[in-house]
Design a protein around this ligand. Structure first.
Ligand code: ADP
Ligand code: MG
Length: 493
C-alpha cells in the first residue's frame, strides 16, 4: 500500500528514541579518552573493558551535560537517581551488562517544540532523558551484508565502549497524520540543533554522534487504542528517518489490509533499498534483569548546581529564531526560506559585520545561494559573512551596483581575494563622473540624433534609449543616475 493511501485509512503513531554521544574528554565511568578515530582498542582502560577488579567512577561533566539537555527540553531533574545494570550478553558489551538508568532517569517530563519546513509547529512530549554508556563496535568480516550472518569472523573495537550517552525517549506522538514522517525527521533535527547550541556534543549524524530508533504503529482511528509498534533501529540521517517512517507506515498498512497482524519487533533499515526488514521479536517485557549498580552511589545533583546550569543555558535555536525574526523584520516566508536554506547563522554574522539584515538576506539567499547550488556546496563554503558584509558596503557606498557586485562575488568565490581587491583587480568599480563616462555619453548622443531630437522635444523617456550604448561602452559600470544627469546636461547645455 502506498504511504498516501495508508495515511487515509490509518492513524499513525510514532515514538522516537534518540541517543546522543556526549563530547566529554573522557568516558562515562573511566579515564579513557572519549575520541573518535584512533587505532582499534587504543582508547581503553581496564574499566572500559570491565576487567575484574576495575571500578567505575561517574564523569561529572557527563552529568552536567545530561542535566543541561534535560533542562533545555523542559524536563524535571531528578533529586536523586541511580544507575542500573542492564544485563545482556553481546561481544560489544565487555562487562556483559550496560550501565544505564532504567526506572530512575536523570530527567523526565519535558517537551520540544518542533518547527516544520512550512512553519507549522508541533509539540513533542518527552518522557525521559537518561544517561548510559555506549557499546563497542563489532565488525563482521567475510559476509556480503556486513551483518553477522554469513561472516567468517568478527572483530570487536572497544574504543566506543563506555562513551557517555544520553538517550531521549518521547511519549507516543499522536495527531501528526500525514505529516508523521516529516515530524519524526524534524524532531531529530531540532534535537541535533539543541545539542550543538548547548555544546554538549558535536552532534554529527554522519559520525554516529546522534542515532535514532523510530517506533511506528497504526490504528484504525485517533480514538482507538494504540496499535502494535515496530522499532526500526539506528536510522542515522534526517532523510532516512523520514523514509523509514514512510516505509513502515506503508508496510504495516499492507499487513493490516491483508488481515494479518503487525509483529512487535525491531527492524533494520536499509539505506540502499529504502526498506526495513525484520530484526528480532521484542516484547515489552524483555528481561534485562535490571538491578541498581552496586559499584556506584546514587546521583544527587544539588539544587544550586541545577539552578546554576539553568542560568548558564545559552539561547536555544527556537528562541534565537524568534528573536532574530523580530529584530530583522523579515516576513514569515522570508524567515522560513532563510532557516530552511541553513543561512540563519550566516546572515546573523553578516549583520554582525555591519550589513543591514535586508542586504545580508538578499545576497545570501540570492546570488550566493545560486552559485552554491550550481557547485553543489553550501553557500558558506563559497564566501564568508565578512565578505558579504564588505560587498554590501561597497554597494551602499555607490562603488558597485547589483550587476557588478555579482561579478565581484564570483571573483571572491573563485579565491581572487576580498571584495574590494576583486573589484579593483577586475576593474569593476562604477565609473562615476570621470572622463570615460562623459565620453560614452557624448558618443551615444552623437550616434543617436533622432533620440536626442525626442529628448529636446520633451520626451524624457527617450533617455532610456541612450543608456544601452552608454552601459555597453562602460562595460556596465556606469552609474545610471549619473549618466542620466550627464545626458541632460550635454543635450541641454
Ligand atoms: P524500548 O525498550 O522498546 O526501546 P522505550 O521505552 O525505550 O522502549 O521506547 C519506546 C518508544 O516507543 C517510546 O518513544 C514510546 O513512546 C514509543 N511507543 C510506545 N508504544 C508505541 C506505539 N504503540 N506506537 C508508536 N510508538 C510507541
Ligand atoms: Mg529504548
Amino acid at each position: 500500500m502506498k504511504y498516501e493511501d495508508a495515511i487515509k485509512k490509518y492513524d499513525p503513531v510514532i515514538g522516537i528514541e534518540v541517543h546522543v554521544e556526549l563530547g566529554t574528554e573522557t568516558k562515562m565511568f573511566d579515564a579513557a579518552p572519549n575520541s573518535f578515530g584512533g587505532g582499534p582498542n587504543s582508547n581503553i582502560t581496564p574499566t572500559s573493558l570491565g576487567l575484574p577488579g576495575s571500578l567505575p567512577v561517574v564523569n561529572e561533566k557527563a552529568v552536567e551535560y545530561a542535566i543541561k539537555i534535560g533542562l533545555a527540553l523542559g524536563c524535571d531533574i531528578a533529586e536523586s537517581c541511580r544507575f542500573a545494570r542492564k544485563n545482556y550478553f553481546y561481544p560489544d558489551v565487555p562487562k556483559d551488562f550496560q550501565t544505564s538508568q532504567s526506572d530512575e532517569p536523570i530527567a523526565a517530563d519535558g517537551e520540544v517544540e518542533v518547527e516544520l519546513e512550512d512553519g507549522t509547529t508541533v509539540t513533542i512530549p518527552v518522557e525521559r532523558a537518561h544517561m548510559e554508556e555506549d557499546a563497542g563496535k563489532n565488525t563482521h568480516v567475510g559476509g556480503a551484508t556486513g551483518r553477522i550472518h554469513g561472516a567468517v569472523h568478527s572483530l570487536v573495537d572497544y574504543n566506543r565502549a563506555g562513551v557517555p550517552l544520553v538517550e531521549i525517549v518521547t511519549h507516543p506522538i499522536t495527531g501528526t497524520g500525514e505529516r508523521a514522517a516529516e515530524v519524526a525527521a524534524a524532531y531529530v533535527r531540532t534535537l541535533r540543533d539543541i545539542f550543538r547550541a548547548l555544546g554538549v556534543s558535536e552532534a554529527r549524524m554522519e559520525q554516529g554522534n546522534v542515532r535514532a530508533d523510530v517506533n511506528v504503529s497504526l490504528r484504525e482511528s485517533p480514538e482507538a487504542p494504540l496499535g502494535t509498534r515496530t522499532e526500526t533501529k539506528n536510522v542515522n540521517s534526517f532523510r532516512s528517518i523520514e523514509r523509514a517512517v514512510r516505509f513502515e507506515i506503508a508496510r504495516q498498512a499492507s499487513v493490516l489490509e491483508s488481515g494479518r497482524k503487525v509483529v512487535q519487533e525491531t527492524r533494520h533499515w536499509h539505506e540502499d533499498t529504502g526498506e526495513t526488514t525484520s530484526g528480532r521479536v521484542k516484547s515489552d517485557a524483555d528481561d534485562y534483569r535490571y538491578f541498581p549498580e552496586p559499584d556506584l552511589v546514587p546521583l544527587v545533583p544539588s539544587r544550586e548546581w541545577i539552578e546554576e546550569l539553568r542560568a548558564s543555558l545559552p539561547e536555544l535555536p527556537a528562541q534565537k529564531r524568534r528573536r532574530l525574526h523580530a529584530e530583522w523584520g523579515f516576513s514569515d516566508l522570508e524567515m522560513r526560506d532563510v532557516v530552511n536554506a541553513g543561512l540563519l547563522d550566516a546572515i546573523e554574522d553578516t549583520v554582525g559585520e555591519g550589513a543591514t539584515p535586508a542586504a545580508a538576506r538578499k545576497w545570501w539567499t540570492g546570488e550566493v545561494a545560486r552559485m552554491a547550488k550550481q557547485r553543489e556546496v553550501h553557500p558558506t563554503e563559497l564566501v564568508t559573512p565578512a565578505q558579504v558584509a564588505a560587498l554590501a558596503q561597497l554597494i551602499a557606498d555607490g562603488k558597485l551596483n547589483d550587476k557588478l557586485a555579482k561579478e565581484v562575488l564570483a571573483g571572491v568565490a573563485a579565491g581572487e581575494g576580498e571584495p574590494a581587491e576583486v573589484m579593483s583587480a577586475r576593474g569593476l568599480e562604477i565609473v562615476e563622473d570621470t572622463g570615460a563616462l562623459e565620453a560614452a555619453v557624448a558618443e551615444a548622443i552623437a550616434a543617436n540624433p533622432d533620440v536626442v531630437e525626442k529628448i529636446r522635444g520633451g520626451k524624457m523617456q527617450a533617455v532610456g534609449a541612450l543608456m544601452g550604448p552608454i552601459m555597453k561602452a562602460t562595460r556596465g559600470q556606469a552609474d545610471a543616475g549619473k549618466a542620466r544627469e550627464l545626458i541632460l546636461a550635454q543635450i541641454n547645455g
